[in-house]
Write a protein that binds this ligand. Sequence first.
Ligand SMILES: *Cc1c(COP(=O)(O)O)cnc(C)c1O
Length: 374
Amino acid sequence: MHIETLAVHAAQRPDPVTGAVAPPISLSTTFERDASGAYSRGFEYSRDTNPNRAALEEAMALLEGGEAAAAFSSGMAAATAVFQALAPGDRVVAPNDAYMGVGKVLRDVFQPWGLEVAFIDMDDLAQVRSALETPTRLVWIETPSNPLLKVTDIAGVVALAKAAGAAVACDNTWCTPIFQRPLDLGVDLVVHATTKYIGGHHDILGGMVVSKADTPLFKRIREIQIQAGAVPSPFEAWLALRGIRTLPFRMRAHADHAMALAGLLAAHPAVEVVHYPGLPTHPGHDVAARQMRAFGGMLSFQVKGGRDEAMAVAARVRLFTRATSLGGVESLIEHRASVEGPHTQTPANLLRVSVGLEHPDDLIADLDQALRDG
Ligand SMILES: *Cc1c(COP(=O)(O)O)cnc(C)c1O
C-alpha cells in the first residue's frame, strides 16, 4: 500500500456502535468490566490505554513500519521515556546539536541521574566510530539537525552501532515517515514530537516512540508510559490522528515551498548562506538524497551582517509569524540564537524558517521585500 493510502486508512474503522466514520473522542477515564470481571473490550483505565491513543499508536507504527508505538504528552516526554528506559551507568552517544530540549534533559536530568553522555558531531562517521570504542548502550540521532540542517548518515551510524552492540534511536520529527523511514534503515526506535508536522496546525503537544520490534527496551518504555503517565489526552490523540490523514500532502507542499524559498535565498545578494539539504551545494545533500524522499519543510539562512541585520529582516516580514516551533500550516520565522540563550553555538545572523502552506510566490515576495528594505 502507498503511504498516502496508509495515512488515510491506518487505524480507520467506522465506530461499531454508531457507524460514525470519523472516530468519536472517548473521554471516559474508566471502562466497564464484564460480569466475569474481565475487560473483553481491551480498555480498563485511560492512563493505561484508551481508544484514541490506541488508534494513534497503531497508525504511527504502520506509517513508520514498526511493530509497536507508545504515545506521550510531548516530544520531550517521549525522549525522556527512552532515556529512562536505560539504567544508571549506561552510556549514550548523542549529537552536539541535538534538539535543544534533548541536549538539556541529557545534561540537567540524566547525567546527574547516572547516564554517561558523549556529545559528538554525528554527521562525522569517524567521530561516531571513535565514540563507540567505549561500550555504549544507545546512539541518539536527529537528522536533519536543528538549526543548521546537518545530515546524519543513518545507515552509516546504524552499521557502526550494531557492530558495537548499541541500540539506535532516531528523532524523525522534521522528516516524518513521509520523507524518512529510519526503521527501514536498521534503527531500533523512532521518536517524534507529534507537536510538529504530525499535528500540523500548531495546536497540540504530543510525542511518540515507535519500535521496530516489541523488544525488552520497548517493553520498558511502555511501562514508563503507563506507570509515569506522561500521556496525551484523548482529544490530543484524536487531533494527531486527524493530522496523519493529510500528512503526505502537507509534507509534499511544505517541501516544495521550502525548495522554492531556498532557491530565492541562495541567489539573494543580502544572504550569506542557506542551510537546506535540497540544495546541491549543501554538504549533506548526497546523503540526504539517499535517505530522504524529499528534503523537508525546514530551512535556515544567514543574513549578510550580524545579529541586528537578521533581527531587522525578521521584523520586516508580514506573512511569516515571528515564533518558535514548526510544522504547522502557517510559516514561522525565528532568530534561533535568541531562543537558545547565552551559551548558543548558533550564528547570530541566522534565521530559521518553518515553511508553511501559503502559496510559495507569496512567501517568496514577502521574504524578498524583507531582505531588500534594509
Ligand atoms: C519540538 C521538538 C522536540 C520536542 O517536542 P515537544 O513536543 O516540544 O516536547 C523534539 N525533537 C525535535 C526535533 C523537535 O523539533
